[in-house]
Design a protein around this ligand. Sequence first.
Ligand SMILES: [Mn+2]
Length: 347
Amino acid sequence: MKPNQKVKLVLRNKSVPQQSMAYRAAAELLARRDNFLIITHKRPDGDTIGSAAALCRFLRGLGKTAFIYNNREITPKYFPLVAGLIALSPDYAPDTIITVDTASLAMLPTGATVYREDIDIVIDHHESNTRYGKYCLIENKAACGEIIYELIAAFSNEGFRLPPDIAEAIYVAISTDTGCFSYSNTTGDSLFAASRCAASGISLERINKILFRTTSRARALVESDMMRGIKFYENGRAAIAIISASIQETTGATADDMENIAAVASSIEGVDIAYTITEISGDECKVSVRTNGAVSANSAAKLFGGGGHRGAAGFVRKGSGKQVRRDIENRLSLVFESEIKTADTQL
Ligand SMILES: [Mn+2]
């Protein structure tokens, strides 16, 4: 054997155990317990739902009784993942309560707050997690689904194969929280877990089509109306788009349809700052500000009494969409003034 190879092996042995011990301890705890209720968070996303589904199916595979809390906010898009897993009987008395992807008790869904004192196991990847459970498995990962994968791996022999239904749930969890592996949180661990899901034989093409390459008809119509009226300023560095009350009404667009629509204008080449004005009631607008590095969305929103982060911020303003657009136009030059740029670089 070459000496280099030996050194590599030693290093690997030293770096792995600490993390895998946390998973092994959690796995042993799960093995001892039974009658699980798994709770997803308020306004549930693909990560919390996929994590819950994968964990519930895995526990059932171990011969345990496990259900997912009936979170009524689960949307039709994700419902198939949890079909047959939801605790529908009011008589179900769980012994072990688990939350997944839920950073704090404030994120418990309506109705689940009765369990707030009784959370046994918290499984999460949010740095801000308040550790409100008796046992917490909190790891720095891109998605909670990665932790579920590691947990399952801790139970299994090397070279194990994930059952397809569990693989699909984990893939949904990780791919949605990483923007289909495109956000900065994506790591080798994310891709490794996803590759193990793919190896189970699930159709990535089918899942990705549903999650990332399908637009509802209402959304498509809202977007096209918005883009027809979009205006550019400052040599194309600024854009203002309006989503009128009438297009929302005629298309019947839901909150699901409107999800992250502020990202549309800001993805146009050359645009450093995009304002998306949504008419919400007769005489009021919600404005989302998105920026790409050069300017601060937070500073821009502050000019109108709002705020947020450097890349995303917002404010609410009285007036019709066109009136609010005029107000923004009048103060647009301030956004590009150097004092605002530098004052906010420290944020
Ligand atoms: Mn998450």
